[in-house]
Design a protein around this ligand. Structure first.
Ligand code: PLP
Length: 467
């Protein structure tokens, strides 16, 4: 995410001591730092339910669940207490040759939720490490099973899969990679499923478009040589670019292609798992069974950092004999406190029926956001579950998008700050075409959908006057 600091700055230039310390010492992620040298940053102080408060007392609706993370909502004391109890009992011990109760129980629980034979859980500290682990295990799996050349990965244009050098090589965003090239070799890209822009060419036939898009994966495998391709890495709904949903038939065809060429299918569910689409794992919503799932974020609702690479029995099998093992791991992978918090979070999911809540309300959420289509600047509203994007356009009829200067003004300079000032935290983004993304905590209901729509409407009307 390119945070748009110009717009996030305070209007006054007086720093509190905390803001001055932030200016002098805090290096923010994905953020331009220069503007913070002259104007204070916003300090988020506390949060409760659907709302954040900054340290100057402004209340802000959290329309992004932090960063697609806080599924259960903010301020859940039962999760804080689960963390405290585990920290008092066993705060830390690595899963390097020893286990502890919460990691075993969480591994078993995730295996129960995951489809088919995805029973083997390798814990990480977050999503990028899970993707990195998936690529590494795919390479080693093929080395151990007599296909040592299989090492390449195919993913989609504009998709984001993390920042470590392997995960970044899977990421399909050139601007995010250029500063760090050369990256891990072996990453190849195919088209994504942006049907808003493809619909005219395909006469509105989404299934035909989906088959075409899936067949590009087969083409890439053949171009590269099937004996060199280890994995295809796809999100169920692609985040970057703005919630590209899979066309009907897309994943069935992808699964067929992966089986035909002996390529592992990795479902990167770092955003999509844990209720974002009303199920524990979103591959279930879209009717496919991957070989590996990568997940993180919502597993603990953010009350502890944790991620996982969940592999099926086939991938695990060569590691169950003799002396071969996966020489890979992280000090904080499977942290007992994060595991205990995740278990409490999943209990809360069951107790409060959060998945069903998403299934019951996703239509209302989409319908409420779709009211914005009456604005000239809104070209498309798309998504699934509690994961939606609003694509902004310069001309709705021709779907003409904004040029670089207009994007800088809209997405970098104006919208993030204006939305926050108007009381909504969400994500204006232009890694592909300009979009605003919404992914609220799963406790959101009609009142919050309406509040989001109203703030977006007022802010987009202002935005439209600028460009
Ligand atoms: N994969 C996907 C699909 C993601 O959306 C993200 C982060 O947003 C990642 C991987 C990287 O996760 P993390 O930031 O936890 O390393």
């Amino acid at each position: 995410m390119t945070t748009t600091n110009d717009a996030l700055l305070r209007t006054d230039s007086n720093f509190t001591p905390l803001e001055a310390a932030g200016r002098d010492h805090l290096w923010m992620h994905f953020s331009r730092m220069a503007p913070f040298q002259s104007k204070p940053m916003r300090v988020i102080d506390h949060a409760e339910g659907m709302y954040l408060w900054d340290d100057r007392g402004q209340r802000i609706l959290d329309g992004l669940a932090g960063l697609f993370v806080v599924q259960a909502g903010h301020g859940r004391h039962e999760l804080a207490e689960a963390a405290a109890e585990q920290a008092k009992k066993l705060a830390y011990f690595p899963v390097w040759g020893h286990a502890n109760r919460p990691v075993i129980e969480l591994a078993e629980r995730l295996a129960t939720y995951a489809p088919g034979s995805l029973n083997r859980v390798f814990f990480t500290s977050g999503g990028g490490e899970a993707v990195e682990s998936a690529w590494k295990v795919a390479k080693q799996y093929f080395k151990l099973t007599g296909k040592p050349q299989k090492h390449k990965v195919i993913s989609r244009m504009a998709a984001y899969h993390g920042t470590t050098q392997g995960a970044l090589a899977i990421t399909g965003l050139p601007a995010m990679k250029q500063a760090f090239e050369p990256l891990t070799p072996g990453g190849f890209r195919v088209p994504n499923t942006d049907f808003y822009r493809a619909t005219d060419e395909w006469n509105g036939d989404e299934r035909a478009f989906g088959l075409w898009a899936a067949n590009r994966i087969e083409e890439a495998i053949l171009f590269e040589g099937a004996d060199t391709v280890a994995a295809v890495v796809l999100e169920p709904v692609q985040n970057s670019g703005g919630c590209y949903t899979p066309p009907p038939g897309y994943f069935a065809r992808v699964r067929e292609i992966c089986d035909k060429y002996d390529v592992l299918l990795v479902s990167d569910e770092v955003i999509c798992a844990f209720g974002r689409h009303g199920t524990m794992f979103a591959c279930e919503n879209f009717g496919y069974e991957p070989d590996i799932i990568t997940c993180a974020k919502g597993m603990s609702s953010g009350y502890g950092p944790i991620g996982a690479m969940i592999a099926n029995e086939r991938v695990m099998e060569p590691f169950l004999h003799g002396t071969d093992f996966f020489p890979h791991g992280y000090t904080f992978g499977g942290h007992p406190v994060s595991a205990a918090v995740s278990l409490a979070n999943l209990d809360l999911f069951e107790r409060e029926g959060l998945n069903q809540r998403v299934l019951d309300n996703e239509g209302a959420f989409g319908a409420t956001l779709s009211k914005l289509l009456d604005l000239d600047i809104v070209g498309d509203v798309r998504g699934d579950g509690y994961f939606w994007a609003i694509e902004l356009v310069k001309d709705k009829g021709s779907k003409t998008t904004f040029d670089a200067a207009e994007r800088e003004l809209l997405i970098k300079q104006f919208l993030p700050g204006a939305l926050m000032e108007n009381g909504l935290y969400c994500r204006p983004d232009d890694r592909a075409n300009p979009v605003i993304q919404l992914a609220p905590p799963l406790i959101a209901g009609q009142a919050e959908f309406d509040e989001m729509e109203q703030i977006l409407r007022a802010t987009l009307l202002e935005a439209a006057r600028l460009v």
